[in-house]
Write a protein that binds this ligand. Structure first.
Ligand SMILES: Cc1cc2nc3c(=O)[nH]c(=O)nc-3n(C[C@H](O)[C@H](O)[C@H](O)COP(=O)(O)OP(=O)(O)OC[C@H]3O[C@@H](n4cnc5c(N)ncnc54)[C@H](O)[C@@H]3O)c2cc1C
Length: 814
C-alpha cells in the first residue's frame, strides 16, 4: 500500500511539474526499490516495470510497437491540409499566448517583456504633427459637409509622412515602432475616425508593407520613396463581390502571355478583376491587386495554376476603372470598387518579380499578422477610451432629479463596464505592440485583439450612447459619439469579420500553433519518408500524452484546492488572478486535448465549440495584459479598481465559455464529468460586484489617475471643433464650481445646479462669494450648457438634394 501510494503521489507531482518520461521512469525505479525493501513489490511487478520502461524509453522500439498503429489510425482521422490552409496556419509566430495555451504560464516571462515606450522622435511627432493635424480636422465637416478630409489635411498628412510610418528611413519613411503607430492612430481616432482610417490603411497590410518585405530592389527604389513623400497613394484590393471572408476564392485572374507594353512586346499578364470595399481606392494612384495567376502556355514553368499573386498596378494604366465610392455608414473615408478587364501589364509588376508568382497568399498571411494587430485594435481601443472618458465627464455634469446622473446606480453599471474595458483594451493593445516591436508576427494574438478590442469598442459605444440619452442621438458638430456608434460595425467587419475571427481563426490557428505537439503530429502525416514520418509522430504523440496527463493532474489539483497554492509572481491583492489564470490555462489545455481527441478534424467544423475554447484563450490574454500593464506602471493604488474590474470580468467571461463548452460537449456524459472534476465546488468566478462597479464609476467621474490613464495621449485640447476637449474642460470647470455652489446654498438655501451665472451675481451681491468664485460659476455655466445642448438645423441644411427640398416647400405652400 505504501509503495502504491508513493507511486501515485510521485507520478502526480512529476506530471504536475511536467517532468519527462525518463525522469518518471527513474523515480518509479526508486520507489520500486523502496517498495522491495519494504517487501511490498513482487518479481511480477518488476517484470511489468522492465517491459514498460524499455518500451516507453527506447524510441525506435516504442515507435515500432506502440506508435505505428496509432499513426495509421491518426492518418485516417486527419483531413488533408490544403496549401492555403497550411500557409495560413504557418504564417506568423506564436508568443505569450502560447504560454497561456500550454497550461503553465511563466509569469516572470510576461513581467520581463519591456514596457512599450516612444522614442524621442516618436514623441516629437505625437506632440507636433499629430497634435496639429487633429487641430486642423473638424469631424463634422469631414463626415457631413465634405464626405472627405479637407485638401489641407490631405496635404499635411502627405507632407509630414503620416502614410510612411512603416517605411524604412533609407527610403524616407519614419520607421516608427508598432507602439508609436498605435499611439498615433489612437490620438487621430479621438478626433476623427475618418482621419484614423485614412492614415491606418497605408500603414497596415498593403503595398508599403508588401514591397518592404518582398519587393525587388527596383520596386523598392521606385515606390517606397514616393509612398514616403505622399506622391503615391496606395490601396490594396483583395475582396470582391464573390469572395469576402473566403478571400482565397477570388475569381480575379491574370493570364501570363506576351503583349504590347509602351510599344514593345514583353512578357506580362492579362488581368481581369472586379473588387469592392477597397479603402483609399477612389483616391489611389497605385493599386495593389490580388488575383489568381494562370500560365497555360508555360512561360514561367510547368505549373498552369500558379495561385494567388500580388501586383502593383499604376491607376493611370489605361483600362483601370477606379474612382467611384461606397458610403460606409456615414463615416466617409475613401472606399470604393475597382474593375479591370483584359488589361495587359508587364510581369515585373508582380510584387517581388516573377519568382513571387503564386506566392501572394503566403505574403498576405505573413503580413496580416502584424497589420491586423495594430490598426483596428488601436482604433477600437481609442473608441472605448473616448466612450469611457466622455461618459464619465457627462454623467458628472448632467443632472436629473437634482443629482448628477452618474450618482445613480443604474448608470454606474455601464460606467463601470466602460472604465474596465478602457483600461483592459489599452493594456491589450500595449502588450501586443510590445510583441510586434520584439519582432514577433503574432498571428493568433493579432486575431484575439482584432476581435476583442473591436467588439468591446462596439459595446462600449452602445453603453456611452445609453448614458448620454438624447445628447448622443442628435447629430451635429457637438456630438462626439454618434459617428463612432455608426461606424463601429466597420471595424467589426474588416480584416477578418469578427464572427469568423472568433469561430475559426483564434482557436483554429491558436490550437495548432500554440500547442507544443499538434502541429508536429499534423506535419508528420505530410512527411513523404515513412521512417521519418513515424519517428516524428512518435516523438510528438508521446510528448503529447505526457503533456495531457500533466494538464489533467494540474486541473484536478487546481479544481480541488481552488488553485490557492499555485504560483504567483506577486503577493498583493492581484495574486488570486494569477492563480486563477494558472487554473484556467491548465483547463484550456486539457479541454483542448479532450476536444481534439474526441472530435479530430471535425472540431474545425464545430465552430461554436472551438470559438469557446478561443474565448478562454482570449480572456487569458486580455487579463494577463491587464496585469502586465498594472505592473509596468508601478502598481498605482488609484488604478486598482480598474484592474480588479478588468480581471474579474475577464475571468468570469472565461468561465462562461468553459461552462458553455462543457454543457454542449459532443459527448454529454464526458462534459458532465469534466465539469465536476474541474469545478468540484461549483463555478468559482463572479461578475464584478455592485460595490466594485461603484468604485470604477466614481473613478471615472473624478479627476485623477484613473481618468488620466484612460485619457493619456488622446486629443483633448479645449477648442472649437473638438467637442471632446470642450467636454473635458466643462468637466473641470463644473467640478471647480461645485464647492462655490455648496457655499452659496449653505447661506441661500437649497438651489438647483442650473443658471449658475445668475446665482453667481446674486451671491456676489450678497457678499457670499468673491469675484474669482463668481467667475468659476460663470465659466461652469457656459460649459454646462454647452455640454447638455444639442445641435439643431435649418431644415434646408439637412436635405442633401436641395431641389427636392424646394419642391416640397412649394407643394406645402400651394
Ligand atoms: C468599409 C470596408 C473597408 C474595407 N477595406 C478593404 C480593403 O481595403 N481591401 C480589401 O481587400 N478588402 C477590404 N474590405 C473587405 C473586408 O475585409 C470584407 O468585408 C470582409 O473580409 C468580410 O467580407 P464580406 O463583407 O463579403 O462578408 P462575408 O464574407 O459575406 O461574411 C458575412 C458574415 O459571415 C461570417 N462568416 C463568413 N465565413 C464564416 C465562417 N467560416 N464561420 C463563421 N462565420 C463566417 C462573417 O464573419 C460575416 O459575419 C473592406 C470592407 C469594408 C466594409
Amino acid at each position: 500500500m505504501i509503495t502504491l501510494l508513493l507511486l501515485l503521489i510521485s507520478w502526480a507531482v512529476l506530471a504536475y511539474h511536467g517532468f519527462s518520461l525518463l525522469a518518471i521512469t527513474r523515480v518509479t525505479l526508486l520507489v520500486l526499490v523502496v517498495g522491495t525493501l519494504l517487501g511490498e513489490v513482487s518479481p511480477a511487478c518488476w517484470l511489468v516495470f522492465a517491459v514498460l520502461a524499455t518500451l516507453l524509453n527506447l524510441p525506435p522500439l516504442r515507435a515500432a510497437s506502440l506508435s505505428r498503429p496509432l499513426f495509421s489510425a491518426y492518418r485516417k482521422l486527419m483531413p488533408e491540409m490544403s496549401s492555403t490552409e497550411r500557409d495560413a496556419i504557418e504564417a506568423g509566430t506564436t508568443w505569450w499566448e502560447a504560454e497561456l495555451f500550454r497550461g503553465k504560464p511563466d509569469w516572470q516571462t510576461l513581467h520581463h517583456y519591456p514596457r512599450p515606450q516612444l522614442s524621442e522622435a516618436e514623441q516629437a511627432f505625437m506632440d507636433g504633427p499629430v497634435e496639429e493635424v487633429c487641430r486642423m480636422t473638424n469631424d463634422w465637416e469631414v463626415t457631413h459637409e465634405r464626405a472627405d478630409l479637407s485638401p489641407e489635411v490631405w496635404d499635411y498628412l502627405k507632407k509630414h509622412g503620416f502614410f510612411a510610418m512603416i517605411i524604412e528611413k533609407q527610403y524616407g519613411g519614419l520607421a516608427f515602432s508598432a507602439y508609436a503607430q498605435s499611439r498615433v492612430l489612437q490620438k487621430l481616432c479621438s478626433t476623427s475616425s475618418v482621419l484614423a482610417s485614412t492614415v491606418g490603411v497605408p500603414n497596415s497590410l498593403g503595398p508599403g508593407e508588401l514591397l518592404q518585405a518582398y519587393g525587388t530592389r527596383e520596386q523598392k527604389e521606385h515606390y517606397l520613396p514616393r509612398l514616403a513623400r505622399g506622391e503615391e497613394i496606395p490601396c490594396f484590393a483583395l475582396t470582391g463581390p464573390e469572395a469576402g471572408s473566403d478571400a482565397g476564392a477570388i475569381p480575379d485572374v491574370g493570364i501570363v502571355c506576351m503583349g504590347d507594353w509602351q510599344g514593345e512586346q514583353v512578357l506580362g499578364m492579362r488581368l481581369t478583376w472586379d473588387k469592392r470595399y477597397i479603402t483609399l481606392a477612389p483616391v489611389a494612384t497605385v493599386l495593389g491587386l490580388a488575383f489568381k495567376l494562370q500560365d497555360p502556355e508555360g512561360w514561367l514553368g510547368d505549373e498552369t495554376d500558379l495561385g494567388i499573386t500580388c501586383a502593383l498596378i499604376p491607376v493611370a494604366t489605361p483600362g483601370v476603372k477606379i474612382g467611384r465610392r461606397h458610403f460606409p455608414l456615414n463615416v466617409p473615408f475613401q472606399n470604393g470598387p475597382t474593375q479591370g478587364r483584359d488589361l495587359f501589364v508587364p510581369i515585373d509588376f508582380i510584387i517581388g518579380g516573377r519568382q513571387m508568382a503564386g506566392q501572394g497568399w503566403r505574403m498576405l498571411m505573413e503580413c496580416l499578422s502584424v497589420g491586423r494587430g495594430i490598426t483596428l485594435p488601436s482604433t477600437g481601443t481609442a473608441g472605448t477610451r473616448v466612450s469611457a472618458l466622455a461618459s464619465g465627464a457627462y454623467s458628472r455634469i448632467r443632472r436629473q432629479f437634482r443629482l448628477p446622473i452618474g450618482r445613480m446606480e443604474g448608470i454606474e453599471a455601464p460606467l463601470a463596464r466602460l472604465g474596465g474595458n478602457a483600461y483592459l483594451s489599452d493594456a491589450a493593445s500595449m502588450l501586443t505592440m510590445t510583441g510586434i516591436d520584439l519582432g514577433e508576427k503574432p498571428s493568433v494574438v493579432s486575431a484575439i485583439v482584432k476581435y476583442h478590442l473591436t467588439d468591446r469598442s462596439q459595446r462600449s459605444i452602445i453603453d456611452a450612447m445609453d448614458i448620454h440619452g438624447g445628447k448622443g442621438i442628435c447629430m451635429g458638430p457637438n456630438n462626439y459619439l454618434a459617428r463612432g456608434y455608426q461606424g463601429a460595425p466597420i471595424a467589426i467587419t474588416v480584416e477578418g469579420a469578427n464572427i469568423l475571427t472568433r469561430s475559426m481563426i483564434i482557436y483554429g490557428q491558436g490550437a495548432i500553433r500554440c500547442h507544443p505537439y499538434v502541429l508536429a503530429e499534423m506535419l508528420s502525416v505530410q512527411e513523404p519518408d515513412a521512417g521519418k514520418a513515424l519517428a516524428q509522430f512518435d516523438r510528438a504523440v508521446f510528448g503529447h500524452i505526457g503533456f495531457a496527463i500533466g494538464n489533467l493532474v494540474r486541473s484536478l489539483w487546481f479544481g480541488f484546492t481552488g488553485a490557492r497554492f499555485s504560483q504567483t509572481p506577486v503577493r498583493d491583492e492581484t495574486a488570486p488572478y494569477y492563480r486563477q489564470m494558472n487554473r484556467l490555462s491548465a483547463n484550456l489545455s486539457l479541454l483542448s486535448d479532450v476536444a481534439m481527441a474526441s472530435l479530430g478534424g471535425e472540431l474545425k467544423r464545430r465552430e461554436r465549440l472551438s470559438a469557446r475554447l478561443g474565448d478562454v484563450l482570449s480572456q487569458l490574454y486580455l487579463v494577463s495584459a491587464t496585469l502586465k500593464r498594472f505592473n509596468d506602471e508601478g502598481r498605482p493604488a488609484e488604478i486598482v479598481p480598474l484592474v480588479h474590474w478588468a480581471c474579474q470580468d475577464g475571468l468570469y467571461r472565461a468561465q462562461i465559455a468553459l461552462v458553455e463548452l462543457l454543457d454542449n460537449f459532443p459527448a454529454p456524459m464526458l462534459g458532465k464529468v469534466l465539469k465536476v472534476l474541474l469545478m468540484p465546488w461549483g463555478t468559482p468566478f463572479k461578475r464584478p460586484s455592485d460595490k466594485l462597479d461603484h468604485r470604477v464609476a466614481r473613478a471615472l467621474q473624478t479627476p485623477g489617475p484613473a481618468r488620466e490613464c484612460i485619457g493619456a495621449g488622446l486629443y483633448l485640447a479645449a477648442e472649437e471643433g473638438n467637442p471632446l476637449g470642450m467636454l473635458e474642460q466643462a468637466f473641470v470647470d463644473v467640478l471647480a464650481a461645485e464647492p462655490v455652489f455648496d457655499k452659496i446654498t449653505q447661506t441661500l438655501g437649497r438651489r438647483s445646479f442650473t443658471q449658475l451665472d445668475r446665482l453667481a451675481a446674486e451671491a456676489l451681491n450678497a457678499g457670499i462669494i468673491d469675484p474669482e468664485e463668481a467667475v468659476l460659476l460663470e465659466r461652469a455655466e457656459v460649459g454646462r450648457l454647452r455640454t447638455i445642448k444639442v445641435d439643431d438645423f435649418d431644415p434646408r441644411e439637412l436635405v442633401a438634394n436641395k431641389a427636392l427640398f424646394n419642391d416640397a416647400m412649394l407643394n406645402r405652400n400651394t
